[in-house]
Design a protein around this ligand. Sequence first.
Ligand code: IVH
Length: 682
Amino acid sequence: MADLFGNDDKADEKTIKRARFIQSELERHNELYYTRAKPEISDREFDRLMAELSDLERCFPLIASPDSPTHRVGGKPVDGFVQVAHRTPMLSIDNSYDEQMVHEFANRLGKLLPGQKIEFVVEPKIDGVAISATYERGILILGATRGDGEKGDDITTNFKTVRGVPLRLKGRNIPDLVEVRGEVYLEQADFDAINANRTGQGEETYANPRNFTAGSLKLLDPKLCASRKLRFFAHGVGAFEGTSPKTHHEMLEAFSSWGIPVNPHYKVHDNIGGALAEIGKWNTLRTELPYQTDGVVVKVDNLEQRMKLGTTTKAPRWVIAYKFAAEQARTRLVAIDLQIGKLGTLTPVARLDPVQLAGTKVSNASLHNADFISTKDIRIGDMIVVEKAGEIIPYVVRSDPGSRNGTEIPFTFPDECPVCGAPVVRNPVGAFYRCTGTDCSAKLKRRLRSFAIRSAMDIEGLGSETIELLVDHGLVKSIPDLFLMNQEQLECLPRMGQLSAFNLVEGIKQCKSRGLGRLLAGLGIRHIGESIADDLTRRVGSIQNLLVLTEIEIANFQGMGPERAHSLFDWLHGAEGITTIARLKEYGVSMEAAPFEPPPGFSDLAGKTFVLTGTLEGLDRDDAERFIRERGAKASGSVSRKTSYVVAGEAAGSKLDKARELGIPILDKDAFLALLGLSQPG
Ligand code: IVH
């Protein structure tokens, strides 16, 4: 009879051994790469091993253990996130901004721990997203966001895809339970590459790595999260059951020995003077780190002293953050240009005399909107101060009216669009100006870019330059026109060879089957982005089903809400939506949700029979039965020889006895979820 972890009568001994070997090799290489920065094999070889394990798990689903590295590539999309209570609150940290404040912190500690020697640990303060990761008997069972500090979201499936995070701890003295706290972050180079790619595709860039990271961890599709190159550093502990280290630095060493990534730049100092010297060092050294930091953290090293110091309602008394001042530079604002977005919004952009700031040359900065310009009294010709704090995009802090010579010109928004000449109107709410032109070529170009990008219709060969050509030569006046172009027409365009014309026609043909989610994401409907369009279409299935829904029904889908629903409903039933959908349908563009692709390791349980007995903590009985049905299996009320599995929770009774008697495999909640391809209830 089969059990969950390898004794599948279909997989022979050799196969099981091979799977276990690859699993341990993948974990070892993962740690070598992400935690130790000492890779031993190429990415290609790593991918090959991962593919082999995925294949084995697909053929023999019972081989897949809950900590299999295949979970790292992301499991099944979830409907939403379940809230979980933190064992101890996730507090914030008090800030300090100068030496004096750090001395005051040390003096406070001295008074609270009279006569005691206090040692400090100084660490960079990573500008990322706080996460709590719980390991029970060495297995990662929960990843949760900070939320309101008391309760956060269960994002386990996404957290498992974060590079370097061990799914199973290795080494010695592994505690029965440890709740590790740390920061998920994205390296600057990875973030820059993502933004460069988006700029190339004509998409708006992400504001900073922190927001991008937070957004990635809340994606419903873990595969998408897995593609985002997030990383993790542990910097503390929320709960510990076992023999705990006595100091913070020993705790970090223990984490590291168990394979949990720890920032190597922590340092122990035996007095506050040493800690201050270290802070001074980081003020300049921080720019050499591959990730963004917004300060350094000074912590009491001794954990018993920490206990004595306790916390206020907001923050522990044993820690203080020293925040760096943002780097600033002065330069002249030489012009203000207007960029036209896909919905016609005019965004003012400051053109600057190039200036060096935080390691890059800055020559442009967004001025956001009319209010931003008027509140800061920014004029063309002004000397201005720009800064780069957490944001990669430079921020205009203020103008310098003192250095004016009278030639500076206040900026006013034009009455007419600088591109199409249509009237420009000010949004009644907010400080935005918008081009009202229905034929504005700038607007159309932005829309076509959003339509063609990878996360939407992914049209090979339709980059910014080609879009310029198509629109400027009048070949495309709306999105559906793309599907009417033929190779001969394209070949007549300047700089368009036979091959490029062929590739573009092919690319456009290919994109017809991307599915409704990506189509809706690409149509430039206000508030409807990639993730929500995907979630919605998974639920409705097709455009017919979507078109019969009322605005309220749309709003009721999880994640939608009234604003998005209003925008989508208006677009679908307005003139533009009706024509666009009708034309795209006529040209053969798919209006159905793309078929769901089962993730690697997804169990094929069709035909099996499950019996649930007892209480499965945190898992609703109805949900459990639904999960079973969704996999083509049956949930039955009584145990017989035909029962494939008995899932036993707390206070399971006679059904469990019967299962034992008949030798039927018995699963606990975790094993059950793992078998279903769900590490936690979705
Ligand atoms: S210690 C009570 N160490 O900064 C929390 N936090 O602004 C003690 N952070 O929520 C946290 N790097 O998520 C600590 N090396 C570090 C950190 C760090 C970043 C975050 C942490 C906290 C936030 C407060």
